[in-house]
Design a protein. Structure first.
Length: 379
């Protein structure tokens, strides 16, 4: 074993962690649960890279000091491995499904194997269950260590399962879970099978670097307020090329909500509409926050009947929201429906058609609610 390889691998791992922290300062300031998981992972990787050096420097050297360093270093890296696996799963769950009571319960359940493994690792300081440090001060794994490796791999693969089974897969197209898993699995399998290689922690650092790049891309394409895809994603992906119809919507009396109930209420109204669209669309549909209080749904379904059915579904969800108690305002939407055939019209012409149809619907709404109209043109 060339100790210089250990120095280089650990130095690269720590350098990657520092680069991530410097280049992603704004992301790391976010107090959301998923970003908290990433912060903890970065700290753990840096610590583990340092103790990787301690382990390989101490291994086989005579003396009580080196023996304590060897025992402590391996204990910390075992605990770090367990923690990384749990934190990564927690990150995926919170990132995709949000910080809800249900996701918190799921994370607690996932913590049980990690807590058991951590407890056994700490007991190993006194009773050699996972690894031994012999009289020659050489580290050796026990069979239980391979069980730990298997459980760790199961943790990692389960995170892939969570990602794959996420209902709205299109919202994670620019966050492929493999950007983290591939380097991590490759590095840890190599280190598990061939003692002396130190590819494990630097591979986690590479995976985290890839993760942060994917988050940057995700942040560029997802509207921060509503969580829907944004206009930049619409034109970057050109998803409309495979669509056959669309609905443009905007909120009636939106300025009234802002002026009367406050801008926080206006933001909440936008979030509510986004939630309605999110619940109404199918897997092959796309909901976009187009501009301000305007939204567009694109669907692969052909025919005006499919669009009308989707509209009714949205209206039903809207009624459920409005029926909730203690509301300061009722939501109302104007709709512009239209079929799309790229061979007969350009995308701009299609958008103009939706906008025109929506304005006709809005005009009809205010003709029956004249007391709400601020002006004779659109809201």
């Amino acid at each position: 074993m060339n100790i210089m390889h250990v120095y280089v691998a650990s130095a690269v791992g720590i350098a990657l962690v520092l680069s991530i922290i410097i280049c992603n300062a704004s992301i790391l300031k976010n107090e959301k649960a998923d970003y908290n998981m990433l912060r903890y992972m970065l700290i753990i990787v840096a610590i583990a890279c340092f103790f990787d050096v301690v382990i390989f420097v101490s291994d086989g050297k005579p003396g009580a000091t080196f023996r304590i360093a060897n025992l402590l270093g391996n204990t910390i890296t075992f605990l770090a491995t367990i923690s990384i696996c749990l934190l990564w799963n927690s990150f995926i769950i919170f990132h995709l499904y949000g910080e809800t009571a249900k996701t918190k319960r799921k994370v607690k359940l996932l913590s049980i194997p990690a807590i058991i493994m951590s407890s056994i690792t700490l007991i190993n300081l006194f009773i050699p269950l996972v690894f031994t440090i012999g009289d020659d001060n050489i580290y050796r794994r026990t069979p239980l260590a391979y069980v730990f490796s298997f459980i760790s791999i199961c943790y990692i693969l389960y995170s892939a399962y969570i990602h794959i089974t996420f209902r709205h897969k299109k919202y994670v197209n620019f966050f492929p879970v493999g950007v983290f898993l591939f380097p991590v699995l490759t590095g840890y399998l190599a280190q598990t099978l061939f003692y002396g290689l130190t590819t494990g922690w630097v591979s986690v650092a590479v995976g985290l670097c890839n993760t942060f790049m994917s988050i940057q891309k995700e942040n560029a394409y997802i509207d921060r307020l509503t969580g829907l895809l944004n206009r930049a994603y619409l034109f970057s992906s050109k998803l409309y090329t495979s669509m056959h119809g669309g609905i443009m919507l905007d909120i009636n009396q939106f300025k009234y909500i802002n002026d009367t109930c406050g801008h926080n209420a206006g933001d909440h109204a936008l979030i509510e509409v986004a939630a309605i669209l999110y619940e109404s669309i199918e897997d092959h549909d796309y909901a976009i926050r187009y501009a301000g209080d305007e939204f567009i749904i694109f669907t692969e379904n052909k025919g005006i009947e499919c669009l009308l059915q989707l509209k009714e579904k949205i209206i039903t969800e809207l009624s459920k929201i409005n029926s909730l108690p203690n509301r300061d305002y009722n939501l109302s939407l104007s709709f512009g429906l239209g079929e799309y055939d790229p061979e007969l019209e350009s995308f701009d012409e299609f958008i103009h058609k939706l906008d025109t149809n929506m304005y006709i619907d809005k005009k009809a709404y205010y003709s029956t609610h004249q007391e709400l109209s601020r002006r004779k043109t659109r809201n």
